[in-house]
Design a protein around this ligand. Sequence first.
Ligand code: AMP
Length: 477
Amino acid sequence: MSIHEECGVFGVIGNPNSDIARDVYHGLYALQHRGQESCGIVVNDDGVFASHKDLGLVGEVFSENILSSLPGGRMAIGHVRYGTTGGNTVSNIQPMVVSHQKGNLALAHNGNLTNSLVLRDRLELSGAIFHSTSDTETICYMITRERLKCASIEQAVLSAVKYLKGAYSLVMMSATKLLAVRDPMGFRPLCYGRREDGSYVVASESCALDAVGAHFIRDVLPGEMIVFTMNDVESGAGPVSYTENCRDHRTPCIFEYIYFARSDSMIDSVSVHDTRVRAGKILAREYPVEADVVVGVPDSGLDAAIGYSIQSGIPYEIGLVKNKYVGRSFIAPSQQQRTDTVRIKLSPVRSVLSGKRVVLIDDSIVRGTTSKRIINILREAGASEIHLRISSPPFRHPCFYGVDVDSEDNLIANHHSTEEIAKMIGADSLGFLPIDDLGEMSGCASYCSACFDGNYPTAVPTDARKDRFERKLSQKE
Ligand code: AMP
């Protein structure tokens, strides 16, 4: 059982046409890279919530029939989720919808709370009954509990988030309001924009605003809550910002820039593509090598490969082609078939590689399995030398803020030096982005790089508490 999640959130308010579910569908499609295991849409039709959620990709879950069966409405939210082994149950699919004393609430969450186990314990002791294993349900409980004491949903959210620790980018919907909230450290991204028709759109990444024709307005600030009310949107007054939980110190996740986000997104005013190109330039400066061609591993290694090529003057070439149709739903071959799934996803361009000294760029080495396989493919295609450059520092620590990282024991950099890793994966040389260059790469003054250096910006759950919680959950299932 793991409680880690990688997700994407999306919301629309003020939509004048009846096709709101389709808008969310298009937004979620653009966020599919943030989660491929389940997804859902909740439409608010004059205060009545209708939803559809299931396991699978956006295109699989939302057939034409399903989309047209969802009602029209002026407001809707959606979610794509990647839950790791064991946590991928139907009850964990988002958005979550709860009915409480004062109405309905739908909530979509990206990130991981670091104190959800403490909060859940307290809630259960006071009589709360949980239906899922996800920390998102804890957030729903905290908000609805506060709602009983507060005059408005915004007051309830402002007071509930004071109890939450860790990473949360939230999009929420009540009968008449859409709310966007980002945790004070700003771990996960969240931004909003507006369309010509006056409707507002909130999304994890700006690429989803582009997909539905919304102009990017700005990022939701770390700690900020933005409230869009139907009346204000219709009158043109726009949203209201609450910044009382904002702080000076922020730590957005550096791995969003390295791997997780899409290259065409802007996060906190920084282009993801530009950071990756800068990472490639740094790698060329730090680890120069004589070579004939620079090749990136699609998709997230391509931008850094361009940067390496610009800085070194070595030509950039497409040496690996990715099969666009291999997704998470791909059925991995059995052990006996001995088929290498990387071979099905990536194929070498022999004319580019044969007899060449290749600089190969990828975004990360986690367990080392992928790099080893890719290097094999390149050797078989005739590459004479392979110099691997990685646009992140070595992975050493788990993430408690919403990125799924293998257990510390399985992280190759925890047991081997760079030279040993190079040997194990069959590279002629290997260089990781120096950890001190993450600031230059991202242009961020401060950030979370705990997966590389173990410096967690907040307290993280203790092992004893995690063990107890996981035991408790497995008894329930
Ligand atoms: P490996 O070293 O075999 O564990 O895999 C490394 C590859 O997995 C890299 O090329 C990344 O593109 C990809 N990767 C890195 N982190 C993650 C993650 N959290 N979830 C899914 N894929 C990842």
